[in-house]
Write a protein that binds this ligand. Structure first.
Ligand SMILES: [Zn+2]
Length: 197
């Protein structure tokens, strides 16, 4: 996959990805400008296909299901890659801002687990999986460790204070080879960064 920065601002929760943003992202896809994550070559990717991807985010305080169009490119080396904006967590249907909003409510104890899950259409195991992923990736990110913030909520507030949220998402990906809160990886196309990245 090829990650694209779209959260180029301070992320205020809850955050809704507007249709205009989705269209802007779709129209901004220029395959030949991309660097292939497998072989590291730039300028060899060509448009290959599109597919519809279901996403869940929050509109007017309620979950909202939609379908976004994702482009897939093919490099001359034979590998194909999806162009994914950084508000998407690979292999998850819920958007990154959605998950962070739920975790913020959970960590601040604003709602009970039962009320939280009922209001936002998630199961308790899913909520605890997100919490586990957050705890794991928190320990991977040196800025969190250095800051001395001990609580999950403190860490989340620190994260959301970033003036350009994409700086964090792209930095995390470069350092860990995982997107933030991603827990599954396909070793065929995201096990390493391009040479010279
Ligand atoms: Zn390639």
């Amino acid at each position: 996959m090829i990650r694209k920065k779209l959260l180029n601002f301070k992320l205020n929760l809850p955050f809704f990805v507007s249709d205009a943003e989705l269209e802007r992202f779709r129209d901004s896809a220029v395959p030949f400008r991309e660097r292939c994550p497998h072989c590291g070559t730039r300028g060899k990717c060509r448009f290959f296909a599109v597919y519809g991807r279901s996403i869940v985010d929050i509109m007017d305080g309620r979950p909202c299901c939609r379908t976004m169009i994702v482009a897939r490119v093919r490099c001359d080396c034979g590998h194909t890659h999806a162009l994914l904006p950084d508000f998407i967590v690979p292999y998850r249907q819920y958007t990154l801002p959605f998950i962070l909003h739920i975790l913020k409510l959970y960590f601040s104890r604003s709602m009970t687990v039962q009320a939280l899950c009922g209001s936002f259409w998630i199961s308790p195991p899913t909520l605890y999986e997100w919490k586990h992923a957050f705890a794991m990736h928190r320990s991977w990110w040196p800025a969190f460790v250095r800051s001395g913030h001990k609580g999950f909520l403190d860490t989340l507030v620190l994260l959301l204070s970033s003036p350009v949220f994409s700086d964090f998402t792209s930095g995390f990906w470069r350092q860990t080879l995982f997107s933030f809160l991603q827990t599954h990886a396909n070793p065929a196309n995201c096990c390493r960064l391009p040479p010279g990245w």
